[in-house]
Design a protein around this ligand. Sequence first.
Ligand code: HEC
Length: 195
Amino acid sequence: MKSFRLSILVAFTFLVACDDSTDPAELTTEQIIERGSEIAGKSQSALASTLVAQIEKSGFEGAVSFCHVNASPIVDSLEAAHDVKIRRTSFRHRNPNNEPDELDRDVLSIFEEKSESGEDLTPVVKTDSEAIRYYQPIMVMPLCTNCHGMPGESLTADLHALILDEYPDDEAVGYEVGDFRGAWVVEFATKQESK
Ligand code: HEC
């Protein structure tokens, strides 16, 4: 009887651990990484497919508004389904809304140092009073340099001018393939305060 009860308890604990309604504060770092990487991975693919579809349809000029986390409704539905906030941040950002806060800066510095010394970048989890944050590094791929590369080279002067019209303080240029670009941030709100 005892072992039966125990197995029910184990099964129940397992179910709860896999359920999205668990207070993220009760999850282990490994579980946050698992959940965060699934959410960031899906966001990244959704964004990439929207971006590529727009480039095919109307060229890089026409696709400028589609490298945005909310350009894909999938990202919005992931936020609602998992009760998380999904965003991107970078030291050299194009949109000032993506400016890193203090915690973001700490993590971006870790990623940047590792990238400079040629180490592999792996996800980082940080906690503050309001949320548990999952950070996933973003690297520059060939497609990206069309809009984030060296002006006058991989980023044409015309496209650069168009980008500057919309983003006069753009800092997100001059990147090369393989550079560290920034991070996906998935914020899991903790329910501790309401307890
Ligand atoms: C068609 C042009 C275009 C392409 C291609 C493109 N981006 Fe962007 N990217 C932009 C624009 C415009 C923004 C500003 C979006 C906003 O308003 O939030 C941006 C923003 C970003 C940001 C958010 C931080 C910031 O700078 O504000 C990251 C990270 C980023 N891009 C990475 C990439 C990566 C990685 C790729 C390749 C997979 C890529 N981009 C391809 C135009 C592009």
